[in-house]
Design a protein around this ligand. Structure first.
Ligand SMILES: [Zn+2]
Ligand SMILES: [Zn+2]
Length: 106
């Protein structure tokens, strides 16, 4: 197989797809020719590596969830629930939620 000259789809420059690279691709089972020059391939790899390393932990701040105002279906008290209350579904304040049977313990 002779060397091939291909055009990079990112920078538009021509690059050589060498015999050994073609062999390598064939071994890997790739049927497509490379669409980017080695430079652009390296750049893409590098940019991916960057995003992997620096992790932001901003989402862990506070630890308080968003609360929605609601009225307890049982005692009518104003309360807040950590989910969007949907009409038709009962919402309980923390007191009623903890004792769903209302203490009727006979
Ligand atoms: Zn390129
Ligand atoms: Zn209640």
């Amino acid at each position: 197989m002779p060397d091939k000259t291909l055009t990079c789809r990112d920078c538009g420059q021509t690059f050589v797809f060498t015999q050994s690279e073609q062999d390598f691709y064939a071994q890997k089972g790739f049927t497509n020719e490379p669409s980017r020059c080695p430079d652009c391939r390296a750049a893409r790899k590098a940019s991916r590596g960057d995003s992997y390393g620096g992790g932001g932990s901003s989402s862990r701040m506070g630890g308080r969830r968003e609360m929605f105002p609601a009225v307890c279906s049982r005692c009518g008290k104003q309360t807040e629930v950590p989910f969007q209350p949907t009409s038709g579904k009962p919402v309980y304040c923390s007191d009623c939620f903890r004792s769903p049977r209302g203490g009727s313990s006979y």
